[in-house]
Design a protein around this ligand. Structure first.
Ligand code: GLN
Length: 189
C-alpha cells in the first residue's frame, strides 16, 4: 500500500486525486490518498510521498500559514526531514518549493518568476520537448535553474528535479497524460 498525502490548500486538488487513482489502477498499485488540511493531519499519518497542487501561491501561503491550518510550515518541515521521499509540486506548488519564504533554504535550487507568461488570458497549451502535453495556466517561469532539468519547452526548463522532488510549472493533472503521476507513484513505492 502506497500512502500519498495531498495538500488541500487550493487548486485542482480533485483532478490530482483522480489522476493518482487512475495511475494506481494502471500500475496495479494499492494507494491511499490522505487529504491534508492541517499540520495535525500531516503529523498523524506516515505518508510515502506528497503532492503539492497549483492554485494561487499568495492564497496558498495565507491559508497554509493560518493558525487554524499551519499546514504549509509542516509540509516544508516534512520535505526537509524526508529528503528522499517523492514530492510532486505543480505550478504554484513549484513556486512554494523554489521560494518557501519561511527563512529556511529553498526546496529546489531554482529561481522562479510568477505569472511570467502574463495573466489568465495568456494561459496556453503546448507540447513539451519530450512530447508531453503541457497545460500552462498563469504559469510561472524558471529564470535560473541549478538542479537537473526534468523537462523543457522550446529548450527552456519547465520542470526541475532534485532527487525524487519534482517541480513543474504546468498542470499534469489537466493534460490527460498520467506519466508524471505514474512516475511519482512508482517513486513512492
Ligand atoms: N499564478 C499562480 C501563482 O502565482 C500560479 C498559477 C497556477 O498554479 N496555475 O501562484
Amino acid at each position: 500500500m502506497v500512502v500519498v498525502g495531498i495538500a488541500m490548500l487550493q487548486g485542482a486538488r480533485h483532478l490530482h486525486i483522480e489522476a493518482i487513482q487512475d495511475a494506481a489502477n494502471d500500475l496495479e498499485i494499492d494507494v491511499e490518498i490522505v487529504e491534508l488540511r492541517t499540520s495535525d493531519e500531516l503529523s498523524e499519518v506516515e505518508i510515502d510521498g506528497l503532492l503539492l497542487p497549483g492554485g494561487e501561491s499568495t492564497v496558498m501561503r495565507l491559508t497554509g500559514n493560518d493558525v487554524a491550518s499551519k499546514l504549509l510550515p509542516a509540509i516544508f518541515n516534512w520535505i526537509r526531514e524526508n529528503k528522499q521521499k517523492p514530492v510532486l509540486a505543480t505550478c504554484a506548488g513549484a513556486i512554494l518549493l523554489a521560494d518557501p519564504q519561511d527563512g529556511g533554504e529553498p526546496l529546489i535550487n531554482a529561481e522562479i518568476d510568477r505569472n511570467a507568461y502574463g495573466g489568465q488570458s495568456d494561459s496556453f497549451e503546448a507540447e513539451l520537448d519530450c512530447g508531453y502535453p503541457g497545460v500552462f495556466i498563469r504559469a510561472p517561469r524558471f529564470t535560473s535553474v541549478q538542479d537537473p532539468v526534468e523537462c523543457s519547452l522550446n529548450g527552456e526548463p519547465v520542470g526541475v528535479r532534485r532527487g525524487n522532488r519534482i517541480a513543474l510549472t504546468f498542470h499534469p493533472e489537466l493534460s490527460g497524460d498520467l506519466r508524471y503521476h505514474r512516475n511519482f507513484l512508482e517513486a513512492c513505492q
